[in-house]
Write a protein of this length. Structure first.
Length: 319
């Protein structure tokens, strides 16, 4: 059994800590990483957060997002992977973490790899924030209102505003504790879900009007080329959550959203209900995630990626 006191002792024994999360950051990756860095800095530890990708516009309201860096000439005692458990998931900032003499991992994803001497991975947790809060709670760690706001962002976004099946009684107890510390779900809902550009709203309408289906409607998807996405004038972060709308189709077990980020590179979001595990096809395609929410990136044209992804999901649908 993992001793969370030993994990925290190991983390706080470092004089400098580098934290990195997965490419295409979401609220959970940002919230958990920035919260940990903020707590460590309050303890006199030099802590930096690194990301290959820019912070999506919808998350710019979060405290400390201006402190996220893409590179560093400094060295660190400890490198921590947050909200992922493989160096391959953090992209171009992986060498910063790899160069550290000691490594850690705080995560809730499958597959559960073995990266890090200081690792705590709880796969049934709603979010990396929830996993981090296990550690903070076990060690009676104090934190301020801005840290609570960061943690609340991760809880709200990775649970779909507490609607997904990953929500437990513990998730809600942690949310209540964060409210006691001055955090609220309302600003997260406003900025992440209810503040969209005109282009993003038109994109959503296009997606809903162009859903394709297979396997008698059990698989539903939309695949968008870079040219089409550019025509709506939307940024990377403004496509988040599209797969959740596709999943609303009655009878759909697997909802797929494929978008070409550049020529020959396609990001795939897979969403499902409890009775179909999208992490299995995602793993085969080089990605990973959860039973109901997974993703991968393919190095191929959008037309080819569409065929490959649908075929792989259909193969698991029939198994």
């Amino acid at each position: 059994m993992t001793d969370l006191r030993d994990i925290w002792k190991g983390i706080t024994s470092a004089e400098s800590v580098a934290i990195a999360f997965h490419v295409s950051p979401d609220g959970d990756a940002l919230g958990s990483s920035l919260a940990l860095a903020r707590i460590l800095r309050s303890m006199g530890i030099r802590a930096e957060v690194f990301s290959q990708d820019e912070v999506p516009e919808s998350y710019l309201f979060m405290p400390d997002v201006d402190k996220v860096r893409s590179d560093s000439r400094d060295t660190f005692d400890l490198g921590i992977l947050m909200d992922c458990n493989s160096l391959s998931r953090v992209g171009a900032v992986a060498p910063i973490i790899e160069a550290c003499p000691l490594h850690g991992c705080i995560d809730h994803h499958l597959p559960n790899e073995t990266f890090g001497e200081l690792r705590y991975v709880r796969e049934k947790a709603s979010s990396a924030v929830e996993v981090l809060m296990d550690i903070l709670t076990a060690n009676n760690v104090e934190y301020d209102a801005d840290t609570a706001k960061l943690l609340m962002t991760g809880l709200v976004t990775d649970t779909g505003v507490f609607r997904f099946s990953n929500v437990s009684a513990l998730t809600l107890r942690y949310a209540a504790a964060l409210m006691d510390h001055g955090a609220s779900a309302e600003p997260v809902v406003h900025y992440v879900y209810e503040s969209r550009s005109l282009g993003a709203l038109k994109l959503q309408g296009y997606v809903l009007s162009n859903i394709k289906t297979a396997c008698d409607g059990k698989i539903a998807w939309v695949a968008l080329s870079k040219e089409l996405l550019d025509s709506f004038g939307v940024g990377e972060g403004e496509t988040s959550g599209v797969g959740d709308h596709i999943r609303k189709l009655k009878g759909c077990k697997a909802a797929l959203f494929m978008r070409e980020t550049e020529k020959g590179k396609v990001k795939v979001s897979l969403r499902s209900r409890e009775d179909f595990d999208v992490s299995k096809p995602a793993n085969i395609l080089g990605g990973g995630g959860h039973v109901c929410a997974s993703g991968c990136t393919l190095d191929m044209p959008i037309d080819e990626a569409e065929k490959v992804v649908v075929a792989e999901v259909a193969r698991w649908m029939d198994s």
